[in-house]
Design a protein around this ligand. Structure first.
Ligand SMILES: Nc1ncnc2c1ncn2[C@@H]1O[C@H](COP(=O)(O)OP(=O)(O)OP(=O)(O)O)[C@@H](O)[C@H]1O
Ligand SMILES: [Mg+2]
Length: 434
């Protein structure tokens, strides 16, 4: 591998070499665009659109489009694109993944393919991982697009249908993967065409593409609606769970063979499980007047009891969820943010509602669902950017047929990116930091 790479170069270095003539063309056009006043630079957008309409391809007009965006970036942000950003921009336009080290300017790079593809009139979606980035990037990069006469939209959680439609009508639309996905699901549920908010899936540029397309690939987005009325069993199971004696195995504890005898149910903090012991089962049979809790005909009861002991034994108020205005709201374990509207599945949410003595919601049923993986496959052309994609290169190729190209840094890399270090305990981590 080493020798072959030394002679023929890596996959990425070969791809980058192929881009050199195009980069040279863009650079050669620099003086032409620099000489234009603001008004004629803006006019280029219409001129390029006409060229497309006249039968030229996006690849034909790429050098001019990129040169125009670069000149606009110079005028409004004072940061004209570096050559490596042009390379990355071409890679994105080609529907591939551009791996570019952190801080090298992926946000600005994305304006090049976004502008070029927006000229096609079918909309460009720029997908980020959170609302903050979507807002920041749309405002920051929006200056360039607006200067060139293109419109920019931002879709945010909770916007009205009219606001969303306007944002999707824009030439370039920024938003989070969640919001794009949910808008798609909601569109699948409307009755009239005029109520649709999205207008197709022509081209998407996904920022932090490894986290959205790989880590969250299988996360299902679910829209659920009210089903049957809620069962009184939740409250009954909750009262029963409270009457039990719990035995807790802490994360640091060893399990022992006689744990089974130490309570009515066992909470395993590491596994986040709660299971009735023999004595718990006997108490349940007495409490609910059934002969055999394991009997299939008692499956519903057994399920409610299991969720009740999980709700009481594992789910911690103000850690896993909060109670706000009479509602149980999930706390995201990774970010600590509240996730209003999301519910635990399988009756666990109702069991927590019973535990917290708030109104137990009706059973939910799924009305529409899609995974991120399937959502992003809808796009006619998909591209992505990230600081670290090469580690997942094979998955990108296999699942999405996406090629990964490593873009060189603008200047030689002097920063040392150390790998993450994981500590077994918090105490260990803090003492190391100190
Ligand atoms: N061509 C340029 N000239 C000057 N400054 C630039 C240029 N491109 C980007 N920058 C600056 O570099 C900084 C980092 O940019 P940005 O946040 O887009 O990086 P990134 O590659 O997205 O990093 P991360 O991987 O952390 O998301 C910004 O302050 C931006 O203004
Ligand atoms: Mg970034």
């Amino acid at each position: 591998m080493g020798i072959i790479q030394a002679v023929f170069g890596t996959h990425s270095s070969r791809q980058i070499k192929k881009l050199a003539p195009t980069v040279a063309k863009i650079n050669a056009l620099g003086p032409k665009y620099a000489a234009m006043d603001d008004a004629s630079l803006k006019e280029q957008t219409q001129i390029l659109k006409k060229r497309l309409a006249g039968g030229e391809t996006m690849d034909d007009i790429l050098p001019d489009a990129f040169a125009a965006v670069r000149e606009a970036a110079k005028r409004v942000l004072e940061t004209p694109h570096y050559d490596v950003q042009l390379e990355g921009g071409i890679v994105l336009h080609q529907g591939r993944i551009a791996e570019m080290k952190t801080g090298e300017g992926k946000t600005l790079m994305a304006t090049l393919p976004a502008y070029l593809n927006a000229l096609g009139g079918k909309g460009v979606h720029i997908v980020t991982v959170n609302d903050y980035l979507a807002k920041r990037d749309s405002e920051w990069m929006g200056k360039i697009y607006n200067f060139l006469g293109l419109s920019v939209g931002l879709i945010i959680h909770g916007g009205t249908r009219e606001e969303k439609q306007a944002a999707y009508r824009a030439d370039i639309t920024y938003g989070t993967n969640n919001e794009f996905g949910f808008d798609y699901l909601r569109d699948n549920m409307v009755l009239y065409k005029k109520d649709l908010v999205q207008r197709g899936h022509a081209f998407a540029i996904v920022d932090e593409v490894d986290s959205i397309l790989i880590d969250e690939a299988r996360t299902p987005l679910i829209i659920s609606g009210e089903g049957e009325s809620s069962s009184p069993l939740y409250a009954a199971a909750d009262s029963f769970a409270r009457s039990l004696k719990a035995f807790r195995i802490k994360e640091s504890d060893e399990k022992s063979f006689d744990d089974e005898l130490k309570g009515d149910y066992i909470i395993d903090e590491k596994a986040r499980s709660a299971v009735l012991t023999q004595s718990g089962i006997e108490k349940a049979e007495k409490y609910f007047h059934v002969d055999n809790l394991s009997d299939p005909e008692n499956a519903t009861l057994s399920h409610h009891i299991n969720q009740a002991i999980r709700a009481n034994g594992i789910m911690k108020r103000d850690v896993d969820y909060v109670v706000k205005e009479g509602e149980v709201v999930i706390v995201d374990t990774f970010t600590g943010r509240l996730m209003p509207g999301r519910r635990y599945s399988d009756g666990l949410h109702q069991a927590i509602e019973a535990k917290e003595k708030v109104e137990v919601a009706k059973e939910n049923k799924t009305l529409a669902t899609i995974t991120f993986q399937n959502y992003f496959r809808l796009y006619g052309k998909l591209s992505g950017m990230t600081g670290t994609a090469l580690t997942e290169e094979e998955e990108f190729r296999e699942i999405y047929k996406l090629d990964v190209v490593e873009i060189p840094t603008n200047r030689p890399m002097i920063r040392v990116d150390n790998p993450d270090r994981v500590y077994k305990t918090q105490a260990g981590k803090y003492s190391e930091i100190i």
